[in-house]
Design a protein around this ligand. Structure first.
Ligand code: GNR
Ligand code: NI
Length: 172
């Protein structure tokens, strides 16, 4: 089932999500719906708070991507960033919760070590770089109430916020 995606400046996007304690039927339904929603809106990742559920769950499919990274749908439960590189890269970021064709460059660590649980409750440690590292940062930020626009200069952020207002009023 496709769920509606919240968009900025909705205050619910600013709440910190809670860790998942048991992978029950409700979490499995949430993951299935998040995949439906991500594919419907052609995103490469989606975090649960974007559909109004404040649990630490992320889905991703980087199939379209550069690099030879995960070629399949992946669910990440309680993703945790363990270590980041001091080297940074600049990538263009976009977000399903920042609609209206808004893309801006954001600097992020080039490499990341992270840990997550899969749908079966198995823990994994992963070293990532490139597109996967960028998406892991983008999605774990959502779980902490952070959006990519928070990294922009004040001037750019104001420009984005005006474009968001225009976008929302054009839908009314
Ligand atoms: O679909 C998405 N594309 C994207 C492009 C550049 C940087 C990050 C992303 S993630 C985004 C989907 C989304 O908002 N996930 O939270
Ligand atoms: Ni996003």
């Amino acid at each position: 089932m496709i769920r509606p995606v919240l968009s900025a400046p909705d205050p619910r996007l600013r709440l910190k999500s809670l860790p998942v304690t048991t992978i029950d039927a409700e979490i499995k339904t949430l993951i299935r719906d998040m995949f439906d929603t991500m594919y419907a809106f052609q995103g490469c990742g989606l975090a649960a708070p974007q559909v109004g559920i404040h649990k630490r769950v992320v889905v991703m499919d980087l199939d379209s991507g550069e690099d030879n990274l995960p070629k399949s749908p992946k669910a990440f439960i309680n993703p945790e960033i363990l270590k980041v590189s001091t080297e940074v890269v600049r990538f263009q970021d976009g977000c399903l919760s920042v609609p209206g064709d808004i893309y801006e460059y954001v600097e992020r660590p080039q490499e990341v070590m992270f840990r997550y649980m899969d749908e079966h409750g198995k823990s994994h440690d992963v070293h990532a770089q490139g597109l996967l590292a960028k998406c892991i940062h983008h999605e774990t930020d959502h779980l902490n109430g952070v959006l990519f626009i928070d990294y922009l200069s004040r001037i750019k952020r104001e420009k984005v916020s005006n474009r968001l207002k225009k976008y929302h009023s054009s839908l009314r």
